[in-house]
Design a binder for this molecule. Sequence first.
Ligand code: UDP
Length: 327
Amino acid sequence: MTATTPTRAANGSRPRALVTGGAGFIGSHLCERLLAEGKDVIAMDNLLTGDLANIEHLFGSPHFTFVHQDVTNYIHVPGRLDYILHFASPASPVDYLELPIQTLKVGAMGTHKALGLAREKKARLLLASTSEVYGDPLVHPQREDYWGNVNPIGPRGVYDEAKRFAEAITMAYQRAHGVETRIVRIFNTYGPRMRLNDGRVLPSFMSQALRGEPLTVFGDGSQTRSFCYVDDLVEGVLRLLYSDEKLPVNIGNPREMTILQFAEAVLHSTGSKSGIEYRPLPVDDPKVRQPDIGKARRLLGWEPKVVLEEGLRRTTEYFRRKVAQGR
Ligand code: UDP
């Protein structure tokens, strides 16, 4: 089953959706799906961590527009707007360590601007939040009613607290101004169009495996993550967008594994003979992470479909091309 979607706006024309961060990894997949559903799509991105290569195949569509703009400063969209999917943000630990102020600003001011636009246009806004709001969790697996264990002044605080503020201001606009909002808490997601050098575990392991270099496992590799294939994630996000649920919903794959097991899965998928090299664990790196997706199952009838082995196979194909092109 795919997400049911209104294909016509009330006045009979195609619904219009704005995707901030539309040239990013998840944003570009969303643009593609929204176009396939019959929407007019505006992708907005300042290309700080996004890449036009992710959306250049959409430029031929008369229903697709790209706007090069930083949503932190202002967002101007002429005409009607039905949906705003706010996905603009650096989203890998390496990116937000290198771009701490931009990360805080887009999460705080960018979300404020997006909400102001939603209010003005009477559009429904979906905020891309994150499992990072749970920090280094003391409750496992993480359910939406867990408030988290976050260090506000640590290096990851710029992302965690920006997203916590983004959730707070989204709820405030919902309560104070009656803006229609949705909040998705995204857990580790992987797939084609991740940036080769974004420092996240999958692109790092993929490029190392495909180049025959050792895989850099941080710490002893016993920390856990749960990896969701991007198509599953997009399906969950859109089901939430079209649902009536106003409170945050986790979307992720509950299959949990250690980073060492993940390294082995990447070696297997790529057929690489690379070894493992241990590196120091980054500050405040969560020891465990696994979504409780009971709420998404119950309210959205959603659960992931793509098993890790299949997702890694598709992702390996993409990274093989990227590594061959040297980018
Ligand atoms: N990690 C690793 N080697 C790398 C990159 C990351 O072992 O080259 C680990 C990292 O310490 C973390 C996990 O993989 O425990 C996931 O890291 P990622 O940066 O993808 O995102 P996070 O889940 O920490 O936000």
